[in-house]
Structures are given as C-alpha cells and as structure tokens.
Design a protein around this ligand. Structure first.
Ligand SMILES: CC(C)(COP(=O)(O)OP(=O)(O)OC[C@H]1O[C@@H](n2cnc3c(N)ncnc32)[C@H](O)[C@@H]1OP(=O)(O)O)[C@@H](O)C(=O)NCCC(=O)NCCS
Length: 163
C-alpha cells in the first residue's frame, strides 16, 4: 500500500471514483464529486493546518481511498483530526487499515504530532471497526457536531496518541 500527497493530477480519477461512491459515502462524509469541488478540496491543504493524501496500490498506482489531516494545531497540543474514505469499488479489503497505518506513522514521526483524532457517527460501524483496529480509544460524544448533507449529525470522538 502507498500513501502520497493528493494533487491536481488526481482530479479526474478522484472525481470519477467519488461519483461512483456517492451512495456509499452518504450519510457519513462529504467528498468532492465535481472538478470545482475537488479544486476547493485541494485549496484546503496548506500543509500547515491541513494536508491531504491518497491511498494507492503499489502494484498499479490505482487510488483506493483518501485521508486528510485537518485542524493541525502545534504548540502544546501537537494534534490533528483525520477524515477518510475508501472508494466503493475498493471497500472491505483492508486497504484503509493499511493506508491509515501509514498515515499514522507519517503523522507521529515526520509531522511530529502527538495526537490524532477521528469524529465518527455512532451508526458508522465500518469506520468504528477501522479505528478500533488501529488502537484508537473512544473519548467522548458530541451531539449535533458536524453538518453533513444539511443535517447536524452526532459524532463519537475517537483518538490515538503517539506510541
Ligand atoms: C469507513 C471506511 C473507510 C472503512 O473501509 P473498509 O474498507 O471497511 O476498511 P478496510 O480497508 O480496513 O477493510 C476492512 C474490511 O476488509 C476486510 N479485509 C479483507 N481483507 C483484509 C486484509 N487483508 N486486512 C484487513 N482487513 C481485510 C476486513 O475483514 C474488514 O471487513 P469487516 O469490516 O466486514 O470486518 C469505508 O467504509 C468508507 O469509506 N465509508 C464511507 C466514508 C466514511 O464513512 N468515512 C469515515 C467517516 S468517519
């Protein structure tokens, strides 16, 4: 499995795969589904407060998913919040477990972060299973926390600290 920074060169493939995954993503996340949305997504990644990556197969380079680190805060916090998804055609094969493992290594070593958080809706069992496999712990619950498709959704607060 490979992890590399997302770039404008990924636009067409990303938008196509995300379009095919629309019902798979709903109601859990918003992912860019048009070229304009993708460009807006890329602009969020200033590499200081946020950075974005794609997860790829090393054998073919094919994109299987994405992960971004948002709200990076340094100083005494050294923390960030991740968002992620696998494209529907690549789900259920362990790719995200491996991809997020690479992301955690990068965050804890290269970025020198101490803490990675994930906010997950209580009914999103696939995502809960994923973070449990990666030794995140549940730290809390925030009602009406993130607005997704026009609705404020409750989220569990999960986190993992550096080894
Ligand atoms: C959440 C999400 C990323 C999880 O993806 P995933 O494909 O289930 O995760 P993995 O790639 O780690 O695959 C794990 C599954 O593959 C199976 N698997 C098959 N081969 C495997 C292998 N070699 N290694 C590990 N798992 C393997 C596991 O058994 C597991 O299936 P299970 O959950 O039915 O037990 C995905 O469901 C998704 O993108 N959902 C929509 C967007 C979303 O919810 N994002 C997160 C918001 S908080």
């Amino acid at each position: 499995m490979g992890l590399r920074r997302v770039s404008a060169a990924d636009r067409d493939a990303f938008v196509e795969l995300a379009g095919q995954s629309e019902s798979f993503f709903r109601p859990w996340i918003l992912a860019p589904k048009t070229a304009d949305e993708f460009d807006g997504y890329l602009r969020r990644f200033d590499r200081v407060a946020a950075d974005g990556f794609v997860i790829c197969l090393l054998s073919t380079g094919a994109m299987v998913g994405f992960v971004n680190i948002n709200e990076i805060v340094r100083g005494p916090y050294l923390r960030g919040v991740i968002g992620y998804g696998t494209f529907a055609s690549s789900a259920g094969r362990g790719y995200m477990t491996e991809g997020l493992r690479l992301l955690l290594d990068y965050a804890f070593t290269d970025l020198d972060l101490h803490r990675i958080e994930a906010d997950i809706q209580p009914a999103n069992h696939r995502s809960l299973n994923l973070v449990k496999r990666l030794q995140f712990r549940k730290e809390g619950y925030s009602p009406n926390f993130i607005k997704i498709n026009g609705r404020w959704m409750d989220h569990e607060r999960w986190a993992r600290t550096a080894p």
